[in-house]
Design a protein around this ligand. Structure first.
Ligand SMILES: *[C@@H]1O[C@H](CO)[C@@H](O)[C@H](O)[C@H]1NC(C)=O
Ligand SMILES: *[C@@H]1O[C@H](CO)[C@@H](O)[C@H](O)[C@H]1NC(C)=O
Ligand SMILES: *[C@@H]1O[C@H](CO)[C@@H](O)[C@H](O)[C@H]1NC(C)=O
Ligand SMILES: *[C@@H]1O[C@H](CO)[C@@H](O)[C@H](O)[C@H]1NC(C)=O
Ligand SMILES: *[C@@H]1O[C@H](CO)[C@@H](O)[C@H](O)[C@H]1NC(C)=O
Ligand SMILES: *[C@@H]1O[C@H](CO)[C@@H](O)[C@H](O)[C@H]1NC(C)=O
Ligand SMILES: *[C@@H]1O[C@H](CO)[C@@H](O)[C@H](O)[C@H]1NC(C)=O
Ligand SMILES: *[C@@H]1O[C@H](CO)[C@@H](O)[C@H](O)[C@H]1NC(C)=O
Ligand SMILES: [Cu+2]
Length: 569
């Protein structure tokens, strides 16, 4: 059912890679049409109207080969402005098509449309797309499958078939009302009612048992599962009863295969997983359960979601199929045991080019905060509003996109003074005084020279309380070189780095009261959002913007804006 795909053309063309090398290849151009509109869905005995693309939830899958281009025409038939982000696609020199609202574009207004040019470069495997305005990404999202370049193949045995699995979250209420209400009151937003696999909560939810997603397999065959974590506010454990999973790629880059009983995935991440159907033909539960690591009794959805792995053949289906054993919701050791095994493939065909000498170092604290409320009349803790920040600055979204303001030199939209280290040094993960709770607020960006080797250390804090944060950078994937608990130490922490085969990802899990170090070469000029991929934290201001300046040539500079950019009101 590829109604969204409207065309394909093949051209022999030459183009410059980011590093300035001229390359020629058969590069296909794909055309898709996305109609964003309100559609009725029934789950958990509730019928509600929600925003979807082409009436589908999850939305249509985009399929390309490495290095192709997809033009996606997005028509907004909804009630509010919307933007779409191509999560994990670097969009070389073309931030105009990246999507975050008022960062790289103003929203596509109701009744209007915009054509995104999605330029693939070195990504391979699975990434995804989602809305990047208010909370509409809960229902406006889908997978992007990137097959190996023409004439090449997988660095593992070719699977017999491939399946997309999208982990999501169902809210009984209206998403726009939920976030608007929380923003106004300062209270935490209402949690979801269920997690979903391909849009279905599954067993044991009464009303949705019949519609549980079924993954059909044949005994003896190997399947490539392309798992997208589109959950809004919690990390997830995932497993299949009696079956091993072999993870072969994450975030659009290959890793050394990891064979495991369960995985942990955070919102924003994607994983390619090999599944061998080698168990007695029967039914087995596929399940996801939340992992939530916060030093506080915050609200979260504690339910499980399930689908069924259904073998073909003649057998009496079990009344209650085996259920996978997944770690408990608070089991941080189990989460760490999985993530610490992730290593880049680092083969001759898929090399690691981690920068060894660093030109630009940024140290950034990640914290939860409160905004003082007059007479303590707000709905958050202490009568305040919940907030969050990076380096103690809570991001304020501008009303003209930062990209346009930067490109056209419009004054007063943002400040180029995001601090490269905290203004106030304290014991980040220790006891923190209550008066440090209140952040600064602003639209402050970091300017980075083209070609610089960059290291960013993200430091979790216990301001208000510590929590796990999946941090996502647009425009790049980066090497995740180090991680630890407690405060980052400039002398001892770098000695623990993996510079040999660090995974190349676009979203990294910052452990509660811990740190992560990431490295990349700033070879993609543009305006790039950096934020927590837990939606409530991002809504509270856990975001910032990195501007990578133009290089010396046209081929190392931002492309001119497309003619049909949505206008800012
Ligand atoms: C959606 O459901 C509502 C009632 O719940 C109904 O009024 C409306 O016509 C439905 N819309 C569509 C497109 O079916
Ligand atoms: C779901 O099933 C349980 C029994 O398994 C029952 O008590 C409950 O009322 C049902 N809920 C709905 C909404 O049907
Ligand atoms: C949900 O998953 C957790 C972890 O595997 C398990 O302890 C719990 O029993 C599951 N709940 C249900 C209803 O199956
Ligand atoms: C984590 O791994 C260690 C060593 O492999 C093991 O001893 C421990 O039981 C594991 N913990 C969990 C919670 O899985
Ligand atoms: C983005 O800017 C528009 C005006 O162009 C404004 O209406 C909208 O509220 C802004 N969005 C956010 C999230 O601030
Ligand atoms: C920071 O706080 C932690 C936890 O309270 C404590 O163990 C550590 O000693 C403190 N570090 C310093 C340098 O004070
Ligand atoms: C954040 O900045 C405010 C205003 O300067 C200050 O009161 C507060 O202590 C700072 N908090 C942290 C964690 O640096
Ligand atoms: C950040 O930007 C705001 C305006 O958006 C400005 O008032 C403030 O001085 C800037 N710098 C810092 C460090 O907050
Ligand atoms: Cu967060």
């Amino acid at each position: 059912m590829e109604l969204s795909k409207i065309g394909l053309s093949l051209g022999f063309l030459c183009f410059f890679f980011l590093h300035g090398v001229l390359a020629c290849s058969t590069r296909k151009v794909h055309h898709y049409s996305f109609i964003v509109s309100e559609t009725n869905f029934t789950r958990l005995c509730i019928t509600k109207s929600m925003l979807t693309v082409n009436g589908q939830w999850p939305g249509p899958t985009i399929q390309v080969r490495k290095g192709d281009t997809a033009f996606v025409q997005v028509h907004n038939h909804g009630k509010y402005g919307i933007t779409i982000h191509w999560h994990g696609v670097k969009q070389p020199r073309n931030p105009w098509s990246d999507g975050p609202e008022n960062v790289t574009q103003c929203p596509i207004q109701p009744g209007k449309s915009f054509i995104y040019e999605v330029t693939f470069s070195d990504e391979v495997g699975t990434v995804w797309w989602h809305a990047h305005s208010d909370w509409s990404r809960a229902t406006v999202h889908g997978a992007i499958v990137i097959l190996p370049a023409r004439g090449t193949t997988y660095p593992f045995r070719k699977p017999d078939a491939e399946k997309v699995l999208v982990l999501g979250e169902w809210y009984n209420g209206d998403l726009k009302e939920i976030i608007d209400k929380a923003t106004e009151s300062g209270a935490p937003p209402e949690e979801s009612t269920a997690y979903t696999i391909n849009g279905q909560p599954g067993f044991p939810n009464n009303c949705s048992k019949e519609t549980t997603y079924r993954l059909q397999v044949q005994y003896g065959k190997t399947y490539l599962l392309r798992l997208v974590n589109a959950v809004m506010n919690e990390e997830m454990f995932f497993g299949i009863a009696n079956h091993k999973l072999t993870v072969v790629a994450q975030d659009g880059a290959y890793i050394k295969p990891i064979t495991t009983d369960y995985i942990m995935t955070s919102p924003g991440q994607t994983m390619d997983i090999l599944l061998i159907a080698n168990q007695p033909p029967s039914h087995y539960y596929i399940a996801g359960s939340p992992f939530f690591d916060a030093g506080f009794i915050a609200t979260y959805d504690s339910s499980n979601t399930s689908a069924i792995l259904e073998y073909t053949g003649n057998f009496a289906p079990p009344a209650s199929p085996p259920y996978p054993s997944l770690p408990n919701i608070r089991n941080r050791a189990a989460a760490d045991n999985f993530t610490k095994r992730i290593r880049a493939l680092a083969s001759r065909a898929h090399p690691v080019n981690v920068p060894k000498k660093i030109d630009t170092k940024i140290f950034m604290t990640v914290g939860l905060n409160e905004l003082l409320c007059p007479d303590a009349t707000c709905g958050g803790p202490n009568g305040n509003k919940l907030s969050s920040s990076l380096n103690n600055i809570s991001f304020v979204t501008s009303t003209i996109d930062i990209l346009q303001a930067y490109y056209r030199d419009l004054p007063g939209v943002f400040k180029k003074d995001f601090p490269d280290k905290p203004l106030y040094v304290f014991n980040y993960t220790g006891e923190v005084a209550d008066n440090t709770l209140y952040p600064l607020q602003g639209t402050n960006v970091t300017m980075i020279d083209y070609g610089a080797s960059v290291e960013i250390v993200l430091q979790g804090t216990s301001v208000q309380f510590g929590e796990f944060h999946p941090m996502h950078l647009h425009g790049y994937s980066f090497y995740w070189v180090g991680t630890g608990y407690g405060n980052y130490d400039e002398t001892t922490s770098p000695k623990t780095y993996n510079l040999k085969d660090p995974p190349e990802v676009n979203t990294v899990g910052l452990p509660r009261n811990g740190w992560v170090a990431i490295r990349f070469v700033a070879n993609n000029p543009g305006v790039w959002f950096l934020h927590c991929h837990l939606e409530r934290h991002a809504s509270w201001g856990m975001s910032t913007v990195i501007i990578v300046k133009n290089g010396p040539t046209k081929e190392t500079s931002i492309r001119p804006p497309p003619p049909n950019l949505p206008s800012c009101s």
